[in-house]
Design a protein around this ligand. Structure first.
Ligand code: ATP
Ligand code: MG
Length: 368
């Protein structure tokens, strides 16, 4: 018995030694994305003064003032179509404004990412060439490990950009941004095509980034450790929350229930029946206001989930049809799209669950 015990201890020690060996960091293999240290900007990157923006008849912004200060990590949140993308583009200097002024700060160097940017990468370049074109003086090994972090492995890295799927192009465009020597990064919905691990890589890189940042995203979990300022964009107005995303969620919830329902309860004990009815109506009104936004979001999410499911079903129908296998290119594309759809579907369902939960909590406060 003693002998076996001793052997066990021995082998345990050997095991530990092995583990330690494995953990010695190896720059070539370890995914460790460091931003090139950007030349610092002045005290602010971009300032907007009295900005008006319309599309044809539709007035989106009427007199917006906003400033991105050095080191700001800003999340743009708000409902679909509220103008997040448009504002990000105005700040990036990518679209014209109708009135007002955009001032670029001293030594402000912007990198901008959106799906459009990903779609306009040079199709003749392969992946390595695409990253190399940034001129970051990284070794091929470092570029390969960055690409690996964004799910490109083996011979993938010699593919031409022209053959990549939409999701692959966006991952490549993001990798490219991480190499650019900018001090202000603007990312519009960067996580749509990322899986869990590449999302984590991007997240960590953005936490470590020393410059300024604007992130347009619906992904609360992604934003949590990054954002230190939140801009809520809705109905043509910006509302700025000087805190992280948790602070924003807390504040918004509090705002939704501004008139405390508890107070109403206390009063009702001493009221006449008429008064009671009035209070009840008021309570309904408060509850309506508090839940309106969340209900809207739920309905939107339900629509989005439905159309994702419909597209998935269509793809499934093609994939199970034996004739489809005469066209391997199409199958490959469909498989890729299938993966993307599944990812967004999972995300939307998770978001739906979160929103339902908050809604339930608010409802409980009014009824309980
Ligand atoms: N080039 C354009 N021409 C006409 N209308 C536009 C144009 N770009 C945006 N819009 C409109 O401006 C509004 C704001 O669009 P924007 O893309 O900025 O919203 P968003 O907040 O980014 O929405 P989402 O969350 O869906 O991405 C929408 O009503 C949109 O239809
Ligand atoms: Mg948008």
């Amino acid at each position: 018995y003693k002998a076996t015990k001793a052997r066990q201890v021995q082998s345990r020690i050997k095991q530990l030694e092995k583990v330690e060996l494995i953990e010695i960091p190896d720059d070539e293999e370890h995914v460790n994305i460091r931003f090139p240290k950007p030349p610092p900007s002045g005290v602010f990157n971009v300032e907007l003064k009295g900005i008006y923006k319309s599309f044809g008849e539709m007035k989106l912004f009427e007199g917006i003032d906003f400033r991105v200060n050095r080191g700001d990590k800003i999340a743009f949140v708000g409902p679909n179509g509220a103008g997040k993308t448009t504002l990000a583009k105005i700040i990036a200097g990518k679209i014209d404004i109708n009135k007002g002024e955009r001032v670029s700060g001293h030594n402000n160097i912007i990198s901008y990412y959106s799906q459009d940017v990903a779609d306009s990468l040079n199709p003749e370049f392969d992946l390595i060439e695409t990253l190399d074109s940034v001129g970051s003086e990284k070794t091929i090994g470092q570029l390969r490990s960055l690409l690996g972090a964004f799910l490109f492995t083996g011979d993938d890295v010699f593919k031409k950009v022209g053959v990549l799927s939409g999701g692959e192009k966006s991952r490549l465009a993001l990798a490219k941004i991480l190499l650019s020597p900018s001090n202000f990064i603007i990312l519009d919905e960067p996580t749509n095509h990322l899986d869990y691990s590449s999302k984590k890589v991007l997240q960590q890189a953005l936490v470590d980034f020393s410059g300024s940042l604007i992130l347009v995203s619906h992904d609360v979990e992604f934003l949590k450790p990054i954002a230190n300022r939140v801009v809520d964009i809705r109905a043509g107005k910006l509302k700025i929350y000087e805190g992280d995303i948790e602070y924003y969620l807390y504040k918004r919830n509090a705002e939704a229930q501004q008139v405390s329902p508890v107070k109403v309860e206390v009063q009702s004990e001493t009221s006449s029946r008429k008064e009671q009815k009035r209070i009840e109506a008021e309570k309904r009104q408060q509850r309506y206001k508090a839940t309106k936004d969340l209900k809207e979001r739920l309905a939107n999410l339900e629509n989005e989930i439905q159309s994702l499911e419909q597209e998935l079903e269509k793809i499934n129908a093609v994939l199970i049809n034996p004739d489809s296998y005469n066209n391997p290119n199409q199958i490959k594309e469909l498989n890729e799209r299938h993966k993307e759809l599944k990812l967004s579907l999972d995300k939307k369902v998770k978001e739906w669950e979160e929103v339902s939960l908050s809604l339930e909590e608010i409802e409980k406060e009014f009824t309980g």
